[in-house]
Write a new protein. Structure first.
Length: 405
């Protein structure tokens, strides 16, 4: 799981070092975002050595990677410990003039705060109103505890112990990392088969569904290699920034096959979402083909390799292989029949079948599919955004494989 730990400027920051260590020992990837003031208590070198990741406080570092939003987008969980009165107030107001602030605004992940301050500051109406605002937005609060404070004072306001924060934070995402430990390969996009240096045979696939399948796996804890044929940079942007997604580019069907076969060697799950051209030109011209008066043009086509069949033939023990089938059909029964025929030919563990047409499936924000198992039973149906459909695919995979070990 990808965990962001925000550290604000309080003496309790020393306890957060142990919290980060607990997260690391539990196998999570941790990125620490300290505020500038917090570095007076625990320095950058400590955070980098304990988290094994680079640390910065500025939105102006690593600009090319858009770090000020990338961490928030990638996070599965965000913990702010200690959360001082100042930081809580800034969170409630939505201020974002440092890296922690922008990360908090850019994330859709669960956010957990562990308040730490003197009793009078904790009980002040402004702080209590800020806490009510944050709770109303779904922020999870751990503590504060009642005990000794800085300067010899004692009372409510002491930051909870690292072990308590660790357990409470992980409880907020229980079940969300059900693919943790799995190595996944996803293909996406439409292949392009060259005719000459200018033209190609292709299809209307945008690659969005495959990208969402890859991102869903990464959000649920898997390590993903995304083999992308023709996919726009905008469609790939989020996947390219995700720390658990490696993007590999491929053009024609043969290139896609080679990349997928290479990636599948040690993969636990392979999901073939890519729209692979069935045919390619026997011999692509090295020069642009020109018009020849009123004459037509004849292209000799040959079949491309059946990537899915090849994966099934060479699959390693315990590997789950999922195919996608885009079909035109007049009725649901016809769609199911076409899906069953294809699943039998391919022999895959699961086949996701979606109806396509002039305004369905390709180049659309939404999708609808049904999933067949290796008995040709319809075991799941999904309709809605391509992100929702992607999660339904992984739910079906887990039903076949069982929980990740």
């Amino acid at each position: 799981m990808f965990v962001v730990v925000g550290v604000s400027g309080g003496i309790a920051a020393y306890k957060t070092v142990h919290l980060v260590r607990l997260l690391i020992l539990a196998g999570h990837e941790v990125h620490v975002i300290p505020t500038q003031d917090s570095l007076r208590f625990v320095g950058t070198s400590t955070w980098e050595s304990i988290s094994r990741n680079a640390v910065t406080t500025s939105v102006h570092d690593d600009v090319a990677r858009v770090r000020h939003v990338a961490l928030g987008q990638a996070a599965d969980l965000v913990i702010v410990a200690p959360a001082t009165a100042n930081t809580l107030a800034r969170m409630a107001a939505g201020l974002a003039d440092n890296l922690l602030g922008t990360t908090l605004l850019a994330t859709a992940a669960p956010v957990v705060v562990a308040p730490a301050m003197h009793t009078e500051m904790w009980s002040h109406p402004a702080t209590q109103q800020n806490m009510a605002t944050l709770r109303g937005r779904g922020v999870h609060v751990v503590g504060p505890a009642d005990g000794p404070l800085t300067g010899g004072d004692s009372g409510p306001g002491r930051m909870s112990e690292p072990e308590e924060i660790f357990e409470a934070a992980l409880a907020t995402v229980s079940g969300d990392a059900d693919l943790a430990g799995l190595r996944v390969v996803v293909s996406t996009g439409g292949t392009r088969e060259p005719i000459d240096p200018v033209r190609f045979l292709g299809n209307r696939s945008s690659g969005r569904q495959g990208v969402e399948v890859a991102l869903a796996a990464a959000r649920r804890g898997a390590r993903v290699r995304l083999v992308a044929a023709h996919v726009g940079d905008g469609v790939l942007a989020e996947a390219s920034r995700h720390p658990r997604v490696e993007v590999v580019r491929a053009g024609a069907a043969v290139e896609l096959r080679d990349a997928v076969v290479d990636a599948a060697v040690d993969a636990d799950v392979v999901v073939m979402v890519a729209a692979v051209a069935d045919y390619r030109v026997l011999e692509a011209s090295d020069e642009k083909l020109s018009k020849r008066g009123q004459e037509g043009l004849t292209l000799e086509l040959v079949q491309n390799p059946d990537i899915l069949a090849g994966l099934m033939q060479d699959r390693r023990p315990g590997q789950t292989i999922v195919g996608f089938a885009a079909e035109t059909a007049d009725t649901v029964d016809e769609l199911v029949a076409k899906g069953r025929a294809k699943r039998r030919r391919k022999g895959v563990d699961l086949l996701a079948v979606n109806e396509v047409g002039w305004v369905k499936g390709f180049e659309s924000a939404d999708n609808a599919l049904l999933i067949l198992d290796d008995h040709d039973d319809v075991v799941a149906q999904a309709q809605g955004s391509k992100r929702d459909v992607a999660d339904a695919v992984w739910d079906a995979v887990l039903a076949v494989r069982g929980p990740a070990q």
